[in-house]
Design a protein around this ligand. Structure first.
Ligand SMILES: Cc1cc2nc3c(=O)[nH]c(=O)nc-3n(C[C@H](O)[C@H](O)[C@H](O)COP(=O)(O)O)c2cc1C
Length: 244
């Protein structure tokens, strides 16, 4: 075979590899962007203030101080605090196709969650249930009204759920993880993923002088009915100003 023919063969092979890799990366990003994202009218979208990427408390101090808080005052949260908490819960970090794109690590970059905000006491935000859109850092109103008491009832009547200004809820798309990783992925990866996101919110709340606790004890179907979703609720994190 002529040398130039061999060279051309290698070139074509490299080109095909590059195209395949680009396709795989694009499909990862595309799928990761799809969960819960539907076309919504633009007036239903509430833009959140941009999150800060630096703060006054070191990560070491936040880890040291973190503990579960189950008593909250009646103080409202600001929209800036809500924005910061949702960013920690699953917001956008480094832009780029191969760089990290979300605030927590996720097996295979699937990020198989929708994130909801149950807001009851936030200055400048009507009480209601909102879907967090991580790509443009915004909220979409799902239902108006104060659903904190209902959420408390669904959480085996743990009273602090009704007291906290807001709750952040992650719901998981088990089918998507099953399709990629089978039963092992469902048994392990979803819980591992949400653990990182929950710890982020714990540390972010601490750094903002707020309190939170992970709630895993609740009736799945009741939470699904409140949110209006078929996806599986994983964590509820009520957040507010802690009362000692
Ligand atoms: C998966 C999981 C589920 C939890 N569920 C609840 C719950 O339903 N109610 C509650 O009060 N605390 C719950 N917790 C909080 C733990 O009780 C708490 O993290 C533990 O007692 C350690 O205390 P610390 O967070 O203050 O260090 C949960 C924690 C985890 C990780």
């Amino acid at each position: 075979m002529h040398v130039w023919l061999r060279k051309r063969g290698i070139l074509v092979a490299v080109l095909l590899l590059v195209i395949a890799a680009a396709g795989w990366i694009a499909s990862e990003v595309f799928v990761a962007n799809q969960v819960g994202e539907e076309e919504v009218p633009s007036d239903a979208v509430i833009r959140l203030p941009p999150p800060r990427h630096a703060g006054e408390m070191s990560v070491e101090e936040a880890i040291f101080r973190r503990r579960s808080i189950r008593r909250f005052t009646d103080d409202p949260l600001t929209l800036a605090q809500v924005s910061q908490l949702l960013w920690a819960a699953g917001g956008k970090t480094i832009d780029g196709v191969t760089g990290a794109t979300r605030s927590f690590p996720s097996a295979g970059g699937l990020y198989p969650f929708d994130i909801y905000l149950v807001a009851g006491n936030v200055t400048g935000l009507a009480a209601g249930i909102y879907g967090f859109q991580w790509r443009d850092h915004s909220l979409i109103l799902v239902k108006e009204g104060d659903f904190r008491a209902e959420l408390m009832a669904a959480s085996l009547r743990q009273g602090f759920v009704a007291q906290a200004a807001v709750s952040i809820i992650w719901v998981g798309d088990f089918d998507r993880v099953r399709r990629r990783y089978g039963p092992r992925g469902v048994n392990r990866y979803i819980s591992m993923d949400v653990g990182g996101a929950g710890q982020n919110v714990h540390l972010q709340a601490e750094a903002l002088g707020l309190g939170t606790v992970i709630v895993g004890a609740f009736r799945d179907t009741m939470v699904q009915e409140i949110l209006g979703t078929d996806l599986v609720p994983l964590y509820i994190m009520p957040v507010g100003k802690g009362s000692r």
